[in-house]
Design a binder for this molecule. Structure first.
Ligand code: ADP
Length: 264
């Protein structure tokens, strides 16, 4: 009888905690979903007017009359801030949509090496224009299913950061290679580096190592949060280590997604 009574209470407590958790979680989950929808809708609504303002200002500056030339500095500053706002809105929209599972991964058959070459093509020139060196080594000839848009976005975030957090004379290195049944990408720089205790936090939303410095470099602290979402949604992993002799090295690893028969 004692054992049966204990069993009964044990089962009752499990049932009660289950019911309580459902009862409590429901409204929380619902309001979380509502918040995500709200952010996604707000960001979406902001995008159109911001894009219009940005393009009109750009137009003003391409054919400036005398009055505009005399006001060049405040106009250029406003344009720079509008661009920042536009980027922030785009990033918020992307994250809010990914939270609401509104962003889908769309993979297509891809020649990985060719695709990566295209992605990194502009970077030699961008680096050279900033008196930095860019080297790339692509040692991978895998045909596989890739969401090109998202992987492109991820690599741009990592490469832009590598350039953002380096100075004249520094180096940025890109590597891609096969590793067992995974493919890996490394983006390394000889820049300012990231303190070991912050290497988790940099992937959080709005986190910046040094807020004043990041403000100068024009970031919003959302880039790596988006990068992390893209990596997770591809079942990948990311590791940040110290580059030799200094700077940071991002190592991203993805399982190779073989092309199924019907795509041939
Ligand atoms: P941000 O827009 O500020 O660059 P990110 O989410 O892309 O935002 O990065 C978050 C923070 O991580 C940055 O503010 C910076 O402090 C740090 N960080 C990212 N990449 C690098 C890098 N290659 N070298 C040094 N610090 C970096």
């Amino acid at each position: 009888v004692l054992i049966l009574t204990m069993l009964f209470f044990w089962l009752l407590s499990i049932l009660l905690s289950y019911l309580l958790s459902r009862w409590n979680m429901r409204p929380i989950l619902k309001s979380w979903q509502q918040q995500q929808d709200f952010v996604a809708n707000a960001a979406h609504e902001l995008r159109t007017p911001l894009t219009i303002i940005q393009s009109k200002m750009e137009l003003l500056l391409t054919k400036p009359n005398e009055k505009i030339i005399s006001q060049m500095e405040p106009i250029a500053l406003s344009l720079a801030e509008t661009r920042r706002l536009n980027q922030l809105t785009r990033d918020l929209l992307m994250l809010a949509r990914s939270d609401s599972n509104m962003t889908q991964i769309t993979r297509q058959p891809t020649n990985t090496a060719e695709f990566l070459k295209q992605v990194i093509a502009p970077y030699s020139e961008i680096a050279a224009s900033q008196d930095k060196m860019f080297t790339a080594q692509i040692d991978l000839n895998t045909q596989q299913m890739i969401d090109q848009k998202r992987i492109h976005q991820l690599l741009v975030i990592l490469l832009d950061n590598a350039l953002k957090y380096t100075q004249t004379g520094d180096q940025v290195e890109f590597k891609a290679y096969a590793h067992g049944n995974h493919w890996q990408v490394e983006v390394a720089d000889t820049g300012i580096g990231i303190a070991p205790e912050n290497r988790q936090a940099i992937f959080e939303r709005f986190y910046r190592e040094d807020k004043s410095r990041s403000r100068q470099t024009g970031g919003n602290g959302l880039g790596l949060a988006i990068a992390k979402w893209i990596i997770d949604s591809h079942q990948g992993t990311v590791k940040v280590v110290t580059n030799d002799p200094h700077g940071s090295r991002f190592i991203v690893s993805f399982p190779i997604e073989h092309i199924k028969k019907e795509h041939h």
